[in-house]
Design a protein around this ligand. Structure first.
Ligand SMILES: *Cc1c(COP(=O)(O)O)cnc(C)c1O
Length: 380
């Protein structure tokens, strides 16, 4: 660090140079990310609450009231308005909190969790941090968790089973209803990771798409992850964790000696209230209808893209269930496809199981981007 500061103008000039090197979702060129352009209403609300700290909620009682409202609204969206939870940094923290609650409520030696092979890597972090043995269940031939494989992995030490509503790589929805039956019968904690699907499946249902059940309407579901910063259009970092029972939060409580609340169950201490304000504003501003419009457009473009990919002679890994398309080519490796398209300015990603090019049709992607992409795809 220099001894003397520099002028504000100079600081911002330098910042602009760095910013130029970043990509922006606005360009429509980012096709491999679950993030998107934050909605302007969320952004405005976010900046209005920058100093709000939900780690010390007695000082920010307005923000705390908003968090309670957001949790209730998200709960209603997911089949039960009477849930308990927090707005946190994202799906990773939500999944770690869910696994921590499941572990703490049992307090047994050598706890184990069962996750689908398609689970997000955050469960590996959770297992490591919480000293849980991670058991991976196999998938069926359409990349959803195989129920028999889950059953075979259950032991007396199973503290949680995880189902995914919208897998990160393929957007697949696990048979949560069957997992719910198993967990209800065996009294095992069932966590549903709907980080990606939580903000789209309910609206697709409202629109008359027939989506499988995945939420608190199923009696076996103990907790749900839902990320406002993905399909919810909130600025990052904004995640959500919801629990059916307050006891799941209580078993994570630690005493907070000098703050305005006596106990804290979240992982982070100082926690921005801006994410809560942004989510609150977006839920109010968009309403069911606003989100319906957004997911409908994403799904229409997904089908346009999937059809175009097939017409161009490539093979879909699976028919898209949500707004994710994964494909392969017969005579070209997925990494060569992404490399060739990267040279044309497209930022794609690669699914690991199976190896395939992966595109997420997020709300910033427009029809003109899809058509331009398909032209370039044909040319390779
Ligand atoms: C994105 C995602 C996560 C991780 O969320 P972050 O917000 O990146 O921490 C977890 N689970 C699923 C299914 C996801 O798609």
């Amino acid at each position: 660090m220099d001894e003397k500061g520099i002028s504000k103008d100079r600081v911002f000039e330098l910042l602009k140079n760095y910013k130029k090197r970043d990509m922006t979702h606005k360009s429509g060129r980012i096709l491999g990310s679950m993030c998107t352009c934050p909605h302007e209403v969320g952004l405005q609300a976010y900046t209005m609450f920058l100093e709000s700290n939900l780690g010390d909620p007695g000082l920010f009682q307005g923000t705390k009231a908003m968090e309670n409202e957001v949790i209730a609204t998200l709960g209603e969206l997911l089949g039960n308005g009477n849930v308990y939870g927090h707005i946190i940094t994202g799906g990773t923290e939500a999944n770690i909190m869910a696994m921590r609650a499941a572990r703490n409520i049992r307090r047994i030696k050598d706890p184990e969790i069962i996750v689908p092979k398609s689970a997000h890597f955050s469960f590996k972090k959770a297992a490591d941090i919480l000293s849980l043995k991670l058991k991976e269940a196999q998938l069926d031939n359409d990349y959803r968790v195989d129920i028999n494989s889950v059953k075979e992995l259950i032991s007396d030490n199973t503290v949680a089973i995880v189902g995914i509503a919208g897998t990160t790589e393929l957007g697949k929805i696990d048979p949560i209803e069957e997992l719910s039956d198993i967990c209800n019968e065996k009294e095992i904690f069932l966590h549903v990771d709907a980080a990606f699907g939580g903000f789209s499946i309910p609206f697709l249902n409202q629109l008359g798409y027939h989506m499988p059940k995945f939420d608190f309407s199923l009696p076996g579901v103990s907790s749900v992850t839902i990320d406002p910063h993905k399909m919810g259009l909130a600025p990052i970092p904004t995640g959500g964790i919801l629990f059916r029972d307050k006891s799941y939060l209580d078993v994570m409580n630690v005493e907070t000696p000098y703050l305005t609340e006596e106990n804290q169950s979240t992982i982070v201490g100082t926690r921005t209230g801006a994410s809560t304000a942004a989510t609150w504003a977006l839920l109010k501003y968009l309403g069911d209808e606003g989100y319906q419009k957004i997911v409908k457009k994403c799904m229409e473009l997904t089908h346009l893209l999937a059809g175009g990919i097939k017409d161009a002679g490539f093979q879909l890994v699976t028919e898209p269930q949500l707004n994710i398309v994964a494909f392969t080519g017969e005579r070209i490796e997925p990494c060569d496809i992404t490399k060739r398209l990267d040279e044309k300015g497209w930022a794609l990603s690669i699914a690991s199981y199976p190896k395939a090019v992966r595109i997420i049709v997020m709300p910033h992607v427009k029809k003109e981007h899809i058509l331009a992409f398909l032209e370039d795809l044909k040319s390779i």
